[in-house]
Design a binder for this molecule. Sequence first.
Ligand SMILES: CC(=O)SCCNC(=O)CCNC(=O)[C@H](O)C(C)(C)COP(=O)(O)OP(=O)(O)OC[C@H]1O[C@@H](n2cnc3c(N)ncnc32)[C@H](O)[C@@H]1OP(=O)(O)O
Ligand SMILES: CC(C)C(=O)C(=O)O
Ligand SMILES: [Mg+2]
Length: 581
Amino acid sequence: MVPQQQPSGMPFQRYRPFPAVDLPDRTWPAKTITQAPRWLSTDLRDGNQALIEPMDPERKREIFDLLVRMGYKEIEVGFPAASQTDFDFVRSLIEGGRIPEDVQISVLTQAREDLIERTVQSLAGARRSTVHLYNATAPEFRRVVFGVDRQACKAIAVEGTRHVMRFAEQYLADSALAEGGYFGYEYSPEIFIDTELDFALEVCEAVMDVWQPGPGREIILNLPATVERATPNVYADQIEWMSRNLTRREHVCLSVHPHNDRGTGIAAAELGVMAGADRVEGCLFGHGERTGNVDLITLGLNLFSQGVDPMIDFSNIDEVRRTVEYCTQLPVAPRHPYGGDLVYTAFSGSHQDAIKKGFAALERDAEQAGVPVADYPWHVPYLPIDPKEVGRDYEAVIRVNSQSGKGGVSYILHRDHALDLPRRLQIEFSHMVQEHTDTEGGEFNGERIWEIFEQTYLAEDGPVAVLAHRSVHGSGDGADYRISADVRVNGEIREITGTGQGPLSAFCDALAGIDVKVRVVDYVEHSLSEGTDARAAAYVEAEVDGRVVWGVGINHNITTASLKAVCSAVGQAARRGLDRP
Ligand SMILES: CC(=O)SCCNC(=O)CCNC(=O)[C@H](O)C(C)(C)COP(=O)(O)OP(=O)(O)OC[C@H]1O[C@@H](n2cnc3c(N)ncnc32)[C@H](O)[C@@H]1OP(=O)(O)O
Ligand SMILES: CC(C)C(=O)C(=O)O
Ligand SMILES: [Mg+2]
C-alpha cells in the first residue's frame, strides 16, 4: 500500500485561502514575453531599507555605479526624507554629476506634506527625476494602521499627489521641469494585492485625475505585492484586471513590484508582465524586505535564456555578485539562480555524462554548420545557459565526489590533460576513483583525480618497464615485425626480443619470452598536442593471465607510448595480484 501522510498537528485552521479573482476570460495564460519590460532597480531603497546595516554613502555609490554600468535606466536611489544620510546621498549624486543623462533617478516618500517637501527638495538640480508616492490602501491597513475609511484613504493619495506637483513647481522649475528636463511621477497603492480591485482602481483613477497623464506625460502606477500571499496566477489576474479597467491606459506605465514571501516572486513578475505590466521593480539578487524583492538578475537572465535581450549586461555576474555582497554585507547563496557558486556545477554521474556528451555534440554540430561554437544555438543538457555568457568558465561545470560517474571523471581528464579515455577504460578508472571517494569522502578536484590516474596507470613501478626499444621492419608479408627492447623486470635490466605483425604484438611476443603473458584485446591512440614535440596517449586493453585490464602510456613517440601502455596493463594486473612474473 502507498504510505499515507498523517495530519501534521500544525494550526493551519488559523489561515484563510487567498480569494481568487473573477476573471474567467483572462488572456495572460496564452501570452509569451517577447521583449524585456522596463526595469527599475530599488536596491538603494527597498533593498537598503531591509539590510541589517544600511549602506553607507560609499557603498551606495558602488551600487549606483554598478547599476548604471549594467544598463539600468530607472534607479530608485533612496527615501530622502528618512534621514540626513539618505538626503545627502541623493544630493551627492546630483551635485557630483554622477547621473548619466539617460538615467532617471527616483525617490520614495510617504504621502505626508512635510516629507514630500523634503523629498522634492532633494531632487533640485537633477535634469531627470521621479517622485514616487505611496500609501497603503488595503482594508486591514485602512482599519488598523491609518484608522480611515475608503474616502479618507483615497484623499491621502490625492492630496499627496497635489503636494508633489506643488513642490515640484517650487523646487524643480530650473531642473526637471525646465526645458530639456523630465519630471516623472509614480504612485503605489501599497499592499495592492490585498486591496479590493475596485478600490485600487478608484484610487489610481483619482490620482490620475490630479496628475493628468497624457502625451509626453505618463504616470507610473505601481501595483505592489508588498507581501506575497497568493499563487502568482492570482497576481496576474489582478494585473490584467487593472490593465483592462484603467482609463488613459496608453499614458500609464503599469508597473509590478513583487516581493518573494512565498518564493514565487519571479513567477509573479513574469506572469504580471504577461498580464500587461510594462515595468518591473526589483533588486539585484533579490535583496529587499523579508524574503526580498523580486530578483532582477534571475528575471533578466530568464529572458536571455529564451532568446530575448534583457537589455541589461550580465556578462560579468561574479563582479555583480562581489559588489552586491560587499555593499549589502550579505552573502549570495551558492544555489542562487545564475549567480550562485554551484549553479553551473554537476556532481552526479548521470548529469555529468549528459553534459559531457552535450558539449561534444555542440562542438560537432557547430563544426558541421561551419559556425563558431560561441555563435551556435546553445543546447547542453542540465545547463540552461552557457556559463561563459555570464563570465564563468567551464572549470566548475563538472566536479567529482562519491555521486559522480565515469562521465565526470573522464571529462576532467579531458579538460585538464586532453586525454580521451576509451569507454571501458572510463568505466574501470571511475570505479577506482569511486573507491577513493567512498573511503575518503568529500570532493575530488582535478589534481587529485590526476594523482590517482598517474598512480594507477603511469607510475612505471610495475613488474615490467620498457626503457628503450629498437625495431626492424620485415618484408611486410605478415608476422615479421621484429622488436628488441631493454626492459626492467623486477629490478633487473634485460634485453628481450620478439616478432609479430607490429610493435605491439612483437612486444607481447618478447614479453612471453620472460614469462609475462599479455594478449592485446583493444588498442586506441591519439595525439595530446600539436607541433614537433607533440605527445601521444596510447590505451591498451589487455588480457593478462586471463584477466582483462587497461594500461596507458604517454610519450612523444607513439610506439613508446604503446609499449608503456602494455607495461602499464601488466602493472595493473600485478597490483591486483593477478600476475607476478
Ligand atoms: C512597503 C514599503 O517598503 S514602504 C517604505 C518603507 N520604508 C521606510 O519606512 C524607510 C524610511 N522611513 C523612515 O525613515 C520613517 O518612516 C520616516 C522618517 C519617513 C517617518 O518616520 P515617522 O514620522 O516616525 O513615522 P512612521 O514611519 O513611524 O510612520 C507612521 C505614521 O505615518 C503614517 N504613514 C505611514 N505610511 C504612510 C504613507 N505612505 N502615507 C501617509 N502616511 C503614512 C502612519 O499612519 C503613521 O501615522 P500616525 O503616527 O499618525 O499613526
Ligand atoms: C513602497 C512600495 C512600492 C513597496 O515597496 C511595497 O509595497 O512593497
Ligand atoms: Mg517593496
